[in-house]
Design a binder for this molecule. Structure first.
Ligand SMILES: C[S@@+](CC[C@H](N)C(=O)[O-])C[C@H]1O[C@@H](n2cnc3c(N)ncnc32)[C@H](O)[C@@H]1O
Length: 229
């Protein structure tokens, strides 16, 4: 989880939060290694060649969740879709530990993670390799001068467009009206057409920790679906 370049240090929250429970330390010690996608970091892959995914992938369609938080949505999707190989990226160690606990509980094997910045993955996933991408409650960056740090900006989006298959789905959920505005403005510019948006979640949606907090605090979820053109 190294992040050598200063421009990459723009995570909204902290990388490490509350003290980990003993069980979570065990998950990290025992499960993080085997579940980490190899060949993503600069140390492991300095030439930034395509990351090897077989035999784990078994030729299955590949989906990605950006910033999975506590991992509830990612594990739900993995359990529901055994014919799909899922990757999640998240730098927050407490979230990673939570995900690992859920992976043990659900006994899913079709999931790998990158414990770091999703942009590392963008560099090493082959062109047109993802058939679905989830961006659930991305960091809001509420101050106007920080809007350029949001995920829905051209730097992130064009890199994402490169690795998505034409026709693939890109889902965004947020509780921030100004984030909806920026998503509607920026995502189509990167080659994703708007398919649907509104207050009704997808049929297979699993409400995340962040969404639950937003609901408790009276904010209103918004769900947007795009298709890569
Ligand atoms: C507001 S939280 C939402 C977490 C989760 N998706 C949910 O809905 O509960 C945003 C998450 O995105 C992660 N994040 C921010 N920038 C990221 C990046 N460049 N790559 C991967 N994850 C990132 C943060 O660490 C944080 O966990």
């Amino acid at each position: 989880m190294t992040d050598p370049t200063p421009e990459r240090r723009n995570f909204y929250g902290r990388i490490r939060g509350k003290t980990l429970r003993a069980s979570q330390k065990d998950y990290l010690a025992e499960d993080l290694g085997p579940l980490t996608l190899r060949g993503v970091t600069r140390e492991e892959n300095p030439s930034r060649g395509p990351v090897p995914m077989e035999p784990w992938r078994e030729g299955r369609p590949l989906w990605l969740e950006v910033g999975f938080g506590g991992g509830e949505h990612l594990v739900h999707m993995a359990a529901r879709n055994p014919g799909v190989a899922l990757i999640g990226a998240e730098p927050f160690v407490n979230g990673i530990a939570m995900l690992l606990g859920k992976v043990r509980e659900a006994k899913v094997t079709n999931l790998r993670l990158h414990p770091g910045d999703v942009r590392d993955l963008f560099e090493v996933l082959p062109e047109a390799s993802l058939s679905k991408v989830f961006l659930n409650y991305p960091d809001p960056w509420p101050k106007a001068r920080h809007h350029r740090r949001r995920f829905v900006t051209q730097g992130y989006l064009t890199a994402l467009a490169r690795i998505t298959i034409p026709g693939s789905e890109f889902r965004v959920s947020t509780d921030i009206p100004d984030y909806v505005r920026q998503t509607l403005e920026e995502v189509p510019q990167a080659g994703f057409a708007l398919i649907a948006e509104g207050g009704t979640p997808w049929d297979d949606w699993f409400s995340t920790r962040y969404e639950q907090k937003a609901l408790r605090e009276g904010r209103v979820p918004h769900y947007l679906t795009f298709r890569r053109t």
